[in-house]
Design a protein around this ligand. Sequence first.
Ligand SMILES: [Zn+2]
Length: 450
Amino acid sequence: MQVKIYNSLTNKIEDFHPLHENKVTMYVCGPTVYNYVHIGNMRPVVVFDILRRLFSFLGYEVTFISNYTDIDDKIIKQAKIENLSEKEIAEKYIKAFEEAREGIHSLKPTYQPRVTENMDKIISFVKELVDKGYAYVTKNHDVYFRVNKIKDYGCLSNMKIEDLMVGARIDESEDKESPLDFALWKNTNDGGIKFPSFWGEGRPGWHSECVVMINSLCEGGKIDIHGGGFDLKFPHHENEITQEEAMYGHKIATYWMHNGFINVDNVKMSKSLGNVILANDYINLYGGNVVRYLLINTHYRLPVNFSNELVERASKELDKIFSAVNRLSIILQRNNLINDTLLTYKDEEMNNFILALSDDLNTANALSELYKEVKEINILMREKTKNFVKLSKKYQVINTMLYLLGLEFDFVKLTKDDLNLLDEYENAKLQGDFKKSDDLRQTLISKKLI
Ligand SMILES: [Zn+2]
């Protein structure tokens, strides 16, 4: 199946062609770990997790990288507030982020590089850019990238240097040649954590870390897909492209994918409006499935809305899926026909669902395909003479779909007692013993067996 991706670099839907046959490398900018992540931070975590699952399903060997920015001004500020070291702050919020990632059922990345573990590589990278004339050291011992040297600066964000220059100012504290130049190294003296370098003690700028990590982990310093939130397009991703091009003369990624924002009650979620929803709070309150469902029920490039009403609706929809598949699982278990093996891309029953996901990750349409299956299962289960072969296959189909979307359910595993109870109930009904069958029915309902 041909995967199609909306490439933010060309603003077109394109056929996906990997750099290396049957392999996909994906890099998604991870969080700056200075506080508890909000629900917006979870969107790329879910979107690119599903894309990764899709590629694996289609037979690709996937390398999925997502970094932790564990050096940043915000981390230093938070360390002072909480009276902890920067390392302790980073560890604390990495742990919270990983709880949220697991809580929302996203798989662990293949690599999770941290800035602190790549400091030598970042410093060498910056030095080489200085040696090549693409960067310069100021009187303050800061290092800046010389944007004017890159002709197609703005290629991702569709902005021209001339346009960017309009209204751009150099801050008094900065000693730059041009307002567009961005920091590769900052000589710091603010009491926060510092690292020795060729230019004095300081900290790296944010935009270099992803480039360095990609170059250190991926063959030829190139990846297939670079992802992140829409807000990272400029300047972060633009500056990643620019540095790679200056250093190695090629584009760092073939495809760029950006996910949309989160709205709360149809208003953009932002700190200043005080409507920020913390991921862990929401996941603990409503469960990972509900939050994940809300994130995938809308196409990843569009804004997603969160509201109490939508949470309620999502819970109901998920209950419908659970109760149908749970009932199917019970029928199959009673007949020794349960098959937990997931299907592969060769099974044509998956075609429409995979077609939806392959169409620029249309998770909303994939969910519609899932609903169709639920409907068919309900019809098949109502038939007097059940087609067990069909039912068994449907069980595999739906479980494969749920896996690809990252929706996780604990379907009832029947014990011997449960099986006896179900037999007793059926017999009571057949013999017309309504008192007994009613009593048993209540027990079975409470155990979610019918
Ligand atoms: Zn990045």
